[in-house]
Design a binder for this molecule. Sequence first.
Ligand code: DLL
Length: 433
Amino acid sequence: MPNYYQQEIECAPIEDLKKLQSEKLIEQVKHVWENVPYYRQKMEEKNVTPDDIKSIDDLHKLPFLSKKDLRDAYPTGLLGVPMKDCVRIHSTSGTTGKRVIAFYTQHDIDLWDDCCARAICAAGGTNEDICQIAYGFGLFTGGAGLNGGSHKVGCLTVPISSGNTERQIMFINDLKATILCCTPSYAAYLAESFKEAGYGPDDIPLKAGIFGAEAWSEEMRKDIEQALGIKAFDIYGLTELSGPGVAFECSEQNGMHINEDHFIAEIIDPETEEVLPEGSVGELVFTAIDKEAFPMLRYRTRDICKLSREKCSCGRTFVRMAKPMGRSDDMLIVRGVNVFPSQIETVLLNNGYAANYQIVVDRQNNTDSLDVQVEMTPEMFTDNVGEIEERQKKLVEDMKSMLGIKVHISLLAPKSIVRSEGKAVRVIDKRKI
Ligand code: DLL
């Protein structure tokens, strides 16, 4: 039985949704034109005024916003309301450039919490559940977003934040937590820690996990589900658009429904900026149609992905986005070949490794090298050199057929790679250092 938080809108006929999107878009463009001089100037440069936007079919006329615009307008140049009307900020870690500061009015927070509540209900959550939130709290949006959603659903909320794995396990056991929210890499680490402490999947009270904030493969999903004895749901979002809950997975676990009453999604060719038809792989672009404090029109996410309008048996009509393949700025170009970390993860997990790996790219004598460093599982670990060489050879072959290039494989002892409590660091590109 599918669980909805706001069934009427989550299952609305597509025509009604489009009508609502058009109405909200028209108002939002006026709001931005009147209150955000930075974006108004961009519109003027493109010779567009609010009068040109009569429905969502006119969306393509609007200029894009990119990370560069956010940098140029930092910190308050994109604010849509006076600062005194804002009640909170969140911010990105700024690892790939300058940080982004996102502003929220109380209205923005309410809608964001609704989006996260939808995600929790879609994962089977009700007011009977105990929801342990192990995403970071603070400037990161993960903790606050799911905390707000969990309150709205009426779950008993455990705002434990990330880290302190022993305490996580203690609370899950002592309170009989049923839903876990954290990054997939931290979920994998918790699963490993439960196992080491002698717990099998049937001993763990959890029934569902809501994992996102970083790319993770289907193979990793299977591993986490088995180890924790849960159903693992994906959740997507970004600080610029509030945070988690832009899109969420339902019981079908086949793509994430985008909250289309708040966000319009487009897929574009990242080079030509041309809008691509449904089903094409390209860069995901979002227009937030009812955010007051930090309005984002046609924001280029850099996430590479595709959309599907195929009917979903959960009853929701919201378009679905596939798991992002990665970010266009995470894509590695190694000896001219495009390589996504997610492809490497798929090969590793298909060969029985866990998602404890790092990809090191370097350049020597003008030639790129790619070294995949992966931990053996405790069961694989051996000092038999022949066996290790066989394993290496197999991975080199499988990587070659997945990526089309030869990579170097380093097999490491279990526990050699530092575990992450938030987003995992998967790639070290020494060419950029
Ligand atoms: O990661 C918000 C979030 C928190 C989402 C908790 C889900 C759960 P940022 O730190 O601004 O916001 O990072 C946003 O993370 O553009 C994607 O590249 C990546 N990302 C987020 N969710 C997923 C996901 C939060 N489910 C950036 N799968 C986005 C793959 C994801 N990548």
